[in-house]
Structures are given as C-alpha cells and as structure tokens.
Design a protein around this ligand. Sequence first.
Ligand SMILES: [Zn+2]
Ligand SMILES: [Zn+2]
Length: 244
Amino acid sequence: MKIAVDTHTHSIASGHAYSTIDELAKGARKSRLKGFVLTEHGPALQGGAPHPYYFANLRVLPEKLHGVRLFHGVELNVIDDEGGVDLLPRYVRHLDFVMCGLHESCFPPRDLAENTKALLAIIANPLVDAIAHPGNPAYPVDIEEVVKTAVRYRKALEINNSSFLVSRRGSEANCRKVAELSCKYGALLVCGTDAHYWRSVGNFKEALSIINDAHIHPDQVINSSYNKFIEFIERRKMERRAVG
Ligand SMILES: [Zn+2]
Ligand SMILES: [Zn+2]
C-alpha cells in the first residue's frame, strides 16, 4: 500500500516546528506525494499554535506548491469531555481536513472511562473528520469503543508515524490494536507523519508496517490514493456544512 497525501504536517507557525510551508512542500515532492495537509495546532496549545486568523487566511496560499497540492487543515485540541474544540466553527468549516487530538496541556490525562468519554464525544462532533494519534499511551482509552464509534460516524482514526519515532513513546501496542479492530469492524484509517521538519514529510514506514500487519485493505485508508482522499474530504465538507 502507498500513501498519496501526508495528512499531518506542522510549519514554523506551530512554534515548535522548524520548516516553512515551502520547505514542507519540497519535502512532499521529494517523497513523490501528490499532496500534503498543513495541520497547525489549534490555539489552546499555548505557545505552540498560530492565532485563529491564520486558519481564516489560508486562502491566500496557492493551491499547488512545488508541484504538490496544498490542503488546508488543523489539528484541534480536545478541551473537555463533551466534544468541545478550541476553534470557532467559522474558522473550521471551510478547511479541507479537520483533525482533533488529546494533548497534555489542553486536556490533562484522566482515567480510562473519562478519556474514552472525551474521545467518543469528539468523534461525534460534526466539525471533526479524524482523530489524531488515538493510540497515545498517555491516554488509556477503550479502543474497541473508539473504533466502533468511528465506524458509526464514518470518521478516520490516525496511525501517526511520529508515535514510533519521536513522540508518544510506547504507542505501538495501542496502534496495533487500533489497526486490528479497524480491520474487524471496518473503520477508516488515515496515515500521517506529524512532520515538524520537512525531511519527515512522506515517511510512513512504521505506520504502514502496522497497517499491513493488520491486513487493512487500501480502501479503508482514506489517503491511500489522491482520489480517495478527495472523495473523503468532499463528503465531510458536505456533512460539516449540513450542520450549519
Ligand atoms: Zn498531536
Ligand atoms: Zn501534530
């Protein structure tokens, strides 16, 4: 299986990342990707995120950079256990790809029941398309419930390549469980690098090996082809608009 679009990248606008958008695009071209999604952190990640206006003004950027398609995204933060996110709907609605994830400074880890409640509520939030790094061992969750809820709402669960390299150490067992249960129940997956430096863009090696070991069909991975990714984001945009 190949990945055509890197759905998780950060530029210098995220504060703790080290490449410009142009450099990320060059990295995507070097990895022979068709596109990449710019997913800076939502504003609750203080000191590590741009101002909300950043997301409103992404339209000034060209659609293609260095021969690859630039998609507009965000990595929102879980901020409560009721499905709340840290960016107003008017900044989120027009984006191409909306991820949301649990981060320590915005939602300190709780017990399994409370972490699970928070994640299920986020999956149900009509603004959100995908859950970033649900296999993070800092947040024990009922993975089976997360996968079943993702199936119900046709949202994607991320297998995040950085979780095996630099961040969220100890994610592998959880990610394998996410992949295996996704195979069993037919959940959609998405494979992102979480690149904070251009050279990581397009490096899906560890995540793909977990996806392959779980015998996931490419049809289940929303960014396994450019057209499949477009199909997913178009459906999600319609669903997002339908809620007003
Ligand atoms: Zn994250
Ligand atoms: Zn990230």
